[in-house]
Design a protein around this ligand. Structure first.
Ligand SMILES: [Ca+2]
Ligand SMILES: [Ca+2]
Length: 643
């Protein structure tokens, strides 16, 4: 039987094979030229594979080896496999071979398939990566369906790779949307071990945030989350885990952002830990200032540090004795207004009245005087300088030309900035790095809408990775693209400037660029992944599907299918249309729910597909659970069209 969702498999089943009838068959009318409707014993007839297979199971016919696997083809493949026109012999050469081999009892078919594939695959890859278009299209005509798919995949990854390189050499131009991690689940009371950090890296998270504090004896450095009641873990342990797991999922650079509450000698200690743990992996600029950031491609397998550089001391070093951090004057930051908790880490109850994000403190740009002595080694290791210059937020957004800066804004601060001077934010992110973090009051690890950050070009949208729910799904959907490498290229329009220095204005109203038509046929697989009573105790489930567009406000849309009562494999056959003004920033969010009359509806699976990644056609879409793990069998059969 052909696989239900696989169109190719269904077509492969239509391949014709020749069979010999072992029994006489009456009333079948296979041969229109024959006078009777019957087929004699011993007649040789060509039948589609699916029919021949069924008849052979009933011992009515015996199948012959199809010509595409005969001796002649074998010899040709042996001689020069890459030049054999397999498509004309059987477009589903491999799939069909696998199906037929056990039925005709010829074991060597397996060996033939393997050797043909191995030798031809190399040629396919070489051609896909190097050939000029006319030569390639000629080569394409002799490839089987599977080989064509491989060829196209190889070519599109090559094109993507080239485009990526062209995006360089600067980080800002390559314009990544980083993927950020907070340390633990519930920020107030979960254990701050390095396990969540490892999990985040295994998922491809590229930005790791560490909140570092002195221990009670002030001779070691601890990582503590969110300045709240978490159990601390030694910094060295976190660094070792980062080293071990940084590149298990993606080779692209990991950025560690430090929230530093340390004394100078401890900063020196951190510098030693960083250089000793990471060695060559650690990337830092040779000069003192980083005017442009290298592309992620050139920083493969490297780790970079981002934090606020230590204060510049023009006066005596004992300007503050053993304070936990060097807070000079500071501003009332956006964040302190948001009510972030004062630190309650009991190792140092006496001080640390600073309840602002340390990133928000002012720095004096890239000034390096000889008097500057604040942990020079440590300072040298900082690749991306964080900090907010004096003055208003609008001033902070004015681009400084000589240095890449990272500015951190809370979600509310960004919302405010976006409504007052959105284009300044976009302009800032063309050159600098903007990080957005959840407001301090989100103590239960809930999340906020990532789109407001993405729309304004923010590269690091910090998320509580342990918080579940639809906003995290959006984030996961976004980063499931681009080979799950943890970096997604910003749409070009966010990087462009007009002749009068104008940039993309997220508040403008746009015209509809294209319309996405989504047809949802059926869903299946729940009976394999869930128990019989998981949804309703006494009857089959009642599924419906919610389809949303999340993107710029004008594109936002909500649709849903009708509820299909009592059916494990619902068939909706409904079509929806979504006009899109900024398709590059839109994500299609799909969620299946199970209707319940008296209680809350159940969750039946979800996925988020960035519109830019949707290929038109009929697709079997796998669904994911609440945590973003793929469900084994649950799929929706859908059709996508752009008009
Ligand atoms: Ca039911
Ligand atoms: Ca129900």
């Amino acid at each position: 039987m052909a696989k239900f969702y696989d169109i190719d498999d269904i077509i492969a089943d239509e391949e014709v094979v020749s069979v010999v009838f072992e029994k006489a068959a009456c009333g079948v009318g296979i041969d229109p030229s024959s006078e009777t409707d019957s087929v004699e014993v011993g007649s040789k007839v060509e039948l589609p594979f699916w029919l021949a297979h069924e008849l052979q199971l009933r011992q009515a016919v015996s199948m012959n080896v199809p010509t595409c696997f005969n001796q002649k083809t074998r010899l040709e493949i042996q001689a020069d496999s890459a030049c054999v026109d397999l498509r004309s012999r059987c477009p589903f050469f491999y799939e069909f071979g696998c199906k037929i081999a056990p039925l005709v009892g010829v074991r060597t078919i397996g060996t033939l398939l393997l050797s043909a594939f191995k030798s031809r695959y190399k040629e396919v890859l070489t051609k896909a990566h190097t050939a000029a278009f006319p030569a390639a299209s000629k080569h394409l005509t002799i490839l089987t369906k599977e080989e064509t798919n491989l060829y196209e995949a190889a070519q599109s990854s090559m094109t993507a790779f080239k485009r990526w390189r062209m995006g360089g050499p600067r980080f800002q131009r390559a314009s990544v949307l980083g993927h950020n991690s907070y340390l633990t689940g519930n920020q107030l009371n979960s254990d701050c071990s390095d396990v969540p950090l490892i999990k985040a890296l295994q998922r491809g998270v590229r930005v790791i945030e560490l909140d570092i504090w002195p221990n009670s004896t002030r001779d070691d450095v601890l990582v503590l989350h969110g300045r709240t009641l978490t159990t601390p873990v030694k910094l060295i342990k976190c660094l070792q885990s980062i080293k071990e797991y940084a590149f298990v999922k993606s080779p692209y650079p990991v950025i560690i952002t430090l929230e530093d509450h340390l004394t100078r000698d401890l900063q020196d200690k951190v510098a030693k830990m960083l250089t000793q743990t990471f060695g060559e992996m650690l990337y830092y600029p040779q000069g003192e200032c980083l005017a442009e950031f290298p592309s992620p491609e050139s920083l493969k397998y490297r780790i970079a540090i981002s934090t606020k550089p230590p204060k510049i001391y023009l006066e005596s070093e004992n300007s503050k004795d053993k304070g936990s951090s060097f807070n000079g004057e500071r501003e009332i930051s956006e964040e302190s207004a948001s009510g972030k908790e004062t630190p309650t880490f009991n190792a140092e109850p006496e001080e640390e009245k600073n309840n602002s994000d340390p990133d928000d403190e002012d720095i004096n740009g890239c000034v390096h005087k000889s008097a500057q002595e604040g942990a020079p080694e440590y300072k040298r290791l900082i690749t991306i300088h964080a900090g907010k210059p004096k003055g208003s937020l609008k001033d902070a957004l004015q681009v400084v030309v000589d240095e890449v800066r990272r500015l951190s804004l809370s979600e509310q601060a960004l919302e405010k900035a976006a409504s007052n001077h959105g284009t300044d934010v976009v302009r800032f992110t063309q050159k600098n790095i903007l990080r957005v973090y959840p407001k301090g009051t989100r103590v239960t690890s809930s999340n906020y809408k990532p789109h407001i950050g993405w729309m304004h070009g923010a590269q690091m949208v910090a998320f509580n990775m342990q918080g579940h729910g639809k906003l995290l799904w959006l984030m996961q959907g976004m980063f499931r693209t681009n080979g799950e490498c943890g970096y997604v290229k910003k749409p070009d329009f966010l990087m462009q400037r007009g002749p009068h220095n104008e940039v993309f204005n997220p508040k403008r109203t746009f015209i509809v660029k294209k319309t996405l038509k989504v047809k949802i046929y059926i869903g299946d697989g729940w009976h394999l992944d869930f128990s019989r009573t998981h949804f309703d105790s006494f009857s089959p489930p009642d599924f419906y599907t919610k389809i949303r567009i999340v993107g710029v406000p004008t594109d936002a849309a909500k649709k849903k299918t009708r509820i299909i009562d009592d059916d494990w494999a619902p068939s909706w056959d409904e079509e929806f249309e979504f006009p899109l003004t900024v398709p590059d920033l839109a994500v299609l969010r799909i969620e299946v729910r199970e209707y319940n009359r008296s209680q809350k509806d159940d969750f039946g699976g979800q996925t988020c597909l960035p519109i830019s990644e949707i290929k038109p056609g009929i697709r079997a879409i796998p669904l994911y659970d609440r945590n973003g793990e793929k469900l084994k069998s649950v799929k929706l059969l859908m059709q996508f069209q752009f008009v």
